[in-house]
Design a protein around this ligand. Structure first.
Ligand SMILES: C[S@@+](CC[C@H](N)C(=O)[O-])C[C@H]1O[C@@H](n2cnc3c(N)ncnc32)[C@H](O)[C@@H]1O
Length: 165
């Protein structure tokens, strides 16, 4: 596919900046959602992606085959994932929960690993208990998991200078 920058020279390409971030889903159910999140993560500059409790499958919504460009880790269970977190990173749960803080006022860590929950059950309480921070996106109902992840990535880039603003 031709680069958008060639067609629209005014397109803003995300800048990397200090630190890094990864994003993934705990026990996801719907393949299309996972592919949509990978596509956003790749385009918006994620450093890695991960999936817990499920193996990668071909995802038609990941039209860019993001796993070829951004490392995609597969963990058999939460304990293995937790013990493999990069040194000095913070685990940020993305969930509507009584402990979660609004994304609008959240300061993203320099080294962040963002964790989303499954479409049916969300993040289990025992997982939430081990996160460093929990953030919520306002609203009276749950968002689609890939939409929630995409909003958090966008918020990170906006606040950490990823759009050069
Ligand atoms: C469809 S939701 C799961 C909802 C689940 N039925 C529940 O009520 O716990 C799937 C995932 O999307 C994310 N999510 C959806 N809406 C969110 C919100 N408003 N704030 C933060 N995360 C959200 C969370 O990671 C959640 O685990």
């Amino acid at each position: 596919m031709e680069s958008l920058k060639k067609i629209y020279p005014n397109v803003v390409v995300p800048q990397h900046g200090r630190g890094y971030f990864g994003i993934g889903i705990h026990c996801p159910k719907v393949t299309k959602n996972i592919g949509t999140l990978w596509r956003t993560a790749h385009i918006l500059g994620a450093d890695f992606m991960f999936i817990i409790g499920k193996r990668y499958e071909n995802m038609i919504t990941d039209t860019r085959k993001s796993w070829r460009h951004v490392p995609l880790f597969e963990y058999p269970d939460y304990e293995t994932f937790r013990s493999s977190l990069p040194k000095g990173s913070k685990l940020v749960g993305i969930e509507l929960d009584e402990q979660s803080v609004p994304l609008a006022t959240y300061s993203h860590p320099e080294r962040a690993v963002y964790l989303l929950g499954a479409e049916d059950f969300g993040l289990p309480p025992e997982v939430i208990a081990t996160c460093d921070d929990i953030v919520q996106i306002p609203g009276e109902a749950s968002l689609n998991v890939s939409v929630a992840g995409s909003i958090v990535i966008y918020d990170r880039l906006l606040k950490r200078g990823g759009f050069g603003l």
